[in-house]
Design a protein around this ligand. Structure first.
Ligand code: PEP
Ligand code: MN
Length: 337
């Protein structure tokens, strides 16, 4: 952190800033320029820069260190690779996850998985607990849904990814899922993140619909601080003034986050656009800009889906998309297993 003093700051004011910096556990180094004095606070402690901005004689405080540490490339320069059921996310690999928005019945999940098996899907997604905007909308079928996912996935040699919405569910989820999914609405459920940090299964952490990149990484930091670094970040669209699409899929998140962080980042074009016909072009764009994978909603009969049918692909559409992106990926040095 750098504390820049006014051109006419007095020696007492400078001394007071030095004293405050040291009181917070930093080392203070003064550098007197021709016009201004700048005081550097050296150390790795967390601090609130406003505490210094308010001191007499201070013009500006510049925070040099970021608040996220474990998630950054300065902590680890090589890409983290998360591997689930032979599918890899990160570095030169892009992994694919597909399945219905919500688990409805055994037949629905089974027919979807059967179709997806032909497209080499190895990780099945499906929500058993749905965090819906309206309390009157379909909320998911709960633990029965997790049981269905597990049984169908086992029959088709797939792994299971499902959204967890509360810390009280961790023990139950441990029995059925291979990947915990933290949804956009829970990205800043810090208690949940802390508890998941002590688990040993991979976690998909979705970006909150109005969260910045830094906030997403800070949430991942909560999980990593607990000891679990098997995190797959997920860009799923943010809320903007545009209403044509359900969200605005922010693909710039991919190159930005990949530069700052070693964690893999995947894209969810289903929630990112909310429209089935936009899923294919945005999936291709996401792969082309270097994402580490995709999570896509597919339903064996989307016209009758209880949740998000309009953004769910027909299995044939998914198959075409799969073959297309498999040939696009190598162009940018990625492999889809
Ligand atoms: C989902 O993946 O089913 C979901 C609810 O997504 P999000 O948290 O991104 O809205
Ligand atoms: Mn959905």
């Amino acid at each position: 952190m750098l504390v820049v003093m006014n051109a006419n700051a007095t020696e007492q004011e400078i001394a007071k800033v030095v004293q405050s910096i040291e009181a917070k556990g930093f080392e203070a180094r003064i550098s007197k320029g021709e016009i201004k004095t700048v005081i550097s606070a050296i150390g790795s402690k967390q601090t609130d820069k406003r505490d210094f901005e308010l001191l007499p004689g201070v013009t500006e405080v510049i925070q040099l260190t970021t608040n996220y540490k474990l998630t950054t490339r300065s902590f680890q320069s090589t890409d983290t690779i998360v591997e689930v059921n032979g599918i890899k996310f990160g570095d030169k690999y892009a992994g694919l996850i597909a399945g219905p928005c919500a688990v409805e019945t055994y037949e629905q999940v089974d027919s979807t998985a059967e179709a997806l098996e032909k497209s080499n899907v190895k990780i099945l997604r499906g929500g058993a607990f749905k965090p819906r905007t309206s309390p009157y909308a379909f909320q998911g079928i709960g633990e029965d849904g997790l049981k269905i996912l597990r049984s169908v996935a086992d029959n088709h040699k797939m792994a299971v990814a499902s959204e967890i919405i509360d810390i009280s569910q961790i023990e139950m989820f441990e029995k059925y899922v291979d990947i915990f999914q933290v949804g956009a609405r829970n990205m800043q459920n810090f208690n949940l993140l802390k508890c998941l940090g002590t688990t040993h299964k991979p976690i998909i952490l979705k970006r909150g619909m109005s969260s910045t990149y830094e906030e997403l990484l800070m949430s991942a930091e909560y999980i990593m601080a607990g000891g679990n670094s098997q995190i797959i970040l997920c860009e799923r669209g943010i809320r903007t003034f545009e209403t044509y699409t359900r969200n605005t899929l922010d693909l710039a998140a991919i190159p930005v986050i990949k530069k700052i962080s070693h964690l893999p980042i995947i894209v969810d074009p289903s929630h990112g656009t909310g429209l089935r016909d936009k899923v294919e072009p945005m999936s291709k764009a996401a792969i082309a800009c270097g994402c580490d994978g995709l999570i896509i909603e597919v339903h064996s009969n989307p016209d009758c889906a209880l949740c998000d049918g309009a953004q769910s692909l027909y299995p044939e559409q998914y198959h075409k998309l799969y073959t297309d992106i498999k040939s696009i990926a190598p162009i940018i040095g990625k492999e889809i297993l």
